[in-house]
Write a protein that binds this ligand. Structure first.
Ligand code: UDP
Length: 338
């Protein structure tokens, strides 16, 4: 199948692009490289034995998108491109709304003009907020507590409305829990710019000496060890979930929502311990105040994806830590060192 992948040079996008190429699909990546490196795509090409196509453009660029659709004629789109830092989104909300909503509008309109009727969208478990208790099922109430989360929630609603208006459109909304890990080759992985916001990239940089110690945000949550618990899912499993969703949409109409998670919560201290074991390096940490906006616990009920897509997460946190450690130690400066 010909699949146009927006944001395909990024963390989840690059792992999914690789999985698509490995399964024999044709891929065209559209990415403006605002938070990613072309080196990731070069390495994806190396690992797959063939290069994905690449257009350097913002997804809101209608002309560039039209040209890409006209020449590549995609049969499906996977839409990863977007701004994703919660804290930053409270500082520059308009940028988040413009980019994350605008890119989706441009993309859906281009799909309409070019006879492309299948889209898989990168959503987030953040849409469950604190409206109900985990494990979250897809039919749990949704909302959001910050501009980033609201863009995900709004795009979900836009997709539902557009899908209701167009019986030909096939939509798969994937709600990711906490993606971690890297490709087992150590050639591609997460390469955050600046100080990492997320737990595992931060821990990984402490292990390589780039950061002094981890700040554990609170140990007085109502969880077994008092630190926050999340559903950490290996990025290669997550990538496989996109292929399963595309496969499903090949034979099913309509609008669908699936959680991609493991269903098993792990605490901050469990992640620290797993990373120490995988790396053989002690991770110094200090418990500090809770981070504003954090929930105590978030994890999936992943049973719908298993029933409908035949997909489940197979890799462990230990696998993810070992793969992240390999990626970090072989690429201490991420793709910039290449
Ligand atoms: N966390 C932490 N120190 C950090 C980064 C994160 O203690 O430097 C905790 C955070 O409070 C949460 C968990 O690790 O309980 C996962 O946080 P992350 O930002 O990776 O994901 P999210 O909050 O989006 O689920």
């Amino acid at each position: 199948m010909r699949v146009l992948v927006t944001g395909g040079a990024g963390y989840i996008g690059s792992h999914t692009t690789l999985a698509l190429l490995e399964q024999g699909h044709e891929v065209l990546v559209v990415d403006d490289l605002s938070n990613s490196s072309p080196e990731s795509l070069r390495r994806v090409g190396e690992l797959a034995g063939r290069e994905p196509g690449f257009v350097e453009a913002n997804v809101r660029d209608e002309q560039a998108l039209d040209a890409a659709f006209a020449s590549f004629r995609p049969e499906a789109v996977i839409h990863f491109a977007g701004w994703k830092a919660v804290g930053e989104s409270t500082q520059i909300p308009l940028t988040y709304y413009r980019e994350n909503l605008g890119s989706t509008f441009t993309l859906l309109e281009a799909m309409g003009r070019h006879d492309c009727h299948t889209i898989v969208f990168s959503s987030s478990a953040t849409v469950y907020g604190e409206l109900s208790e985990p494990p979250f099922r897809e039919d749990a109430p949704t909302g959001a507590t910050n501009p980033y989360g609201r863009t995900k929630h709004m795009v979900e609603q836009v997709l539902a409305d557009v899908s209701a208006s167009d019986p030909e459109l096939r939509v798969g909304v994937l709600r990711y829990f906490n993606p971690i890990g890297a490709h087992a080759s150590g050639r591609i992985g997460e390469d955050p710019k600046g100080i990492p916001n997320n737990l595992l990239p931060f821990v990984a940089q402490v292990a390589t000496g780039r950061r002094e110690k981890l700040m554990v945000f609170g140990d007085d949550y109502p969880t077994p060890d008092g630190t926050g618990t999340r559903d950490y899912i290996h990025v290669v499993d997550l990538a496989a979930g996109h292929l399963a969703a595309l496969d499903y949409l090949g034979s099913h109409d309509g609008h669908h929502v699936w959680n991609l998670g493991t269903g098993r919560p792990a605490s901050v201290l469990e992640i620290v311990k797993a990373y120490q074991e995988a790396s053989g390096v002690a991770i110094p940490y200090e418990v500090v105040a809770r981070r504003p906006g954090d929930v105590a616990s978030s994890f999936a009920d992943p049973s719908l994806a298993e029933q409908e897509l035949g997909w489940r997460a197979e890799r462990s946190i230990a696998d993810a830590c070992a793969d992240t450690f390999r990626w970090q130690s072989e690429n201490p400066n991420g793709f910039a060192g290449a």
